[in-house]
Ligand binder design. Structure first.
Ligand SMILES: [Zn+2]
Length: 288
């Protein structure tokens, strides 16, 4: 995919892998506020956290590696697309922060490690990607990166790029669900049903994020219109192997849900891709 040369987002942050989220200074400030002003330290902490974007150890991404440039380009692209779609709906899109972390980081959803895989945390409205993510996609899943070379390698490179972009678009899809109030409704509904039904709701939520990623791709046809059905399946299969279902092995999510079958994921992504309309992404009524 032709991601080079486009606008690069300023919302990508690097996290150094130390304890994040206020840290010792946040705790000291909280205690001082509590002792001097009688302010509940947890309230002060959470206020500070939301003002600083959730983590005191994050800083603007300043390395110029291919992977950072790629993430900044794809995130900028999602910002442009979703700002336009929200504007069409008479709403304002709030851009998420994307945290690139190395090894381990803390989120409002708990601690995350490289084993957690990419995820979105509704609590701090941040997307988390660990820096080994792209290498893992290239190496373990047998997907070529964007190396130049034979036509075959270039072709694989396109699919590889798209698989990586898709993972980011899927996580941004969860952010859109949060902005639209859908995530909160799902969380509430999951509390009132048994585990099987709760998992079923999570699958529907995941498939909607896939559909939203398809809507993003639709609005971005120039960059993905070279895609053929086989590329799409390859990208989605790769993405599902590295997607945030890997959270079940980490500490962030206690859930034991799947993202749906590959076929379901392709179907819903395709629906969004063909319609370009979030109204076509109602995964919560009817069969999936
Ligand atoms: Zn997901």
């Amino acid at each position: 995919m032709k991601w080079q040369g486009g606008r690069r987002s300023t919302n990508v942050r690097m996290s150094g892998g130390k304890a994040a989220g206020g840290g010792i200074f946040g705790i000291i400030i909280g205690l001082v506020l509590w002792l001097v002003f009688g302010v509940n330290p947890m309230t002060a902490f959470q206020t500070g956290q939301s003002m600083t974007g959730g983590s005191s150890t994050t800083q603007p991404a300043n390395d110029d590696s291919r992977d950072t440039q790629f993430v900044e380009s794809v995130l900028a692209n999602t910002e442009d697309v979703w700002t336009q779609i929200f504007s069409e709906l008479g709403m304002t899109y709030k851009q998420p922060t994307l945290v690139l972390f190395n090894g381990r980081t803390n989120s409002a959803c708990g601690s995350a490690t490289s084993a957690s895989g990419p995820f979105y945390c509704p609590g701090d409205q941040q997307v988390y990607l660990d820096t080994s993510f792209f290498a893992e996609m290239r190496n373990n899943l047998g997907i070529a990166g964007d190396q130049q070379g034979s036509a075959e390698v270039e072709n694989q490179g396109k699919a590889g790029d798209f698989a990586q972009a898709y993972v980011i678009a899927h996580e941004v899809g969860h952010h859109v669900q949060t902005l639209l109030g859908i995530s909160q409704k799902v969380t509430e509904a999951r509390r009132q049903v048994n585990e099987t039904q709760a998992n079923q709701l999570s699958v529907r939520q995941e498939l909607q994020a896939d559909c939203f990623a398809g809507v993003w791709a639709n609005r971005n046809q120039q960059r993905v219109d070279y895609l053929e059905p086989g590329d799409l399946e390859e990208a989605l299969n790769a993405a599902s192997q590295i997607g945030d279902d890997r959270l079940t092995r980490g500490t962030v999510s206690p859930d034991n849900f799947t993202h749906g079958t590959s076929q379901q994921r392709v179907n819903w992504f395709t629906r969004g891709l063909q319609s370009g309309d979030i109204n076509s992404c109602d995964t919560f009524s009817g069969s999936i």
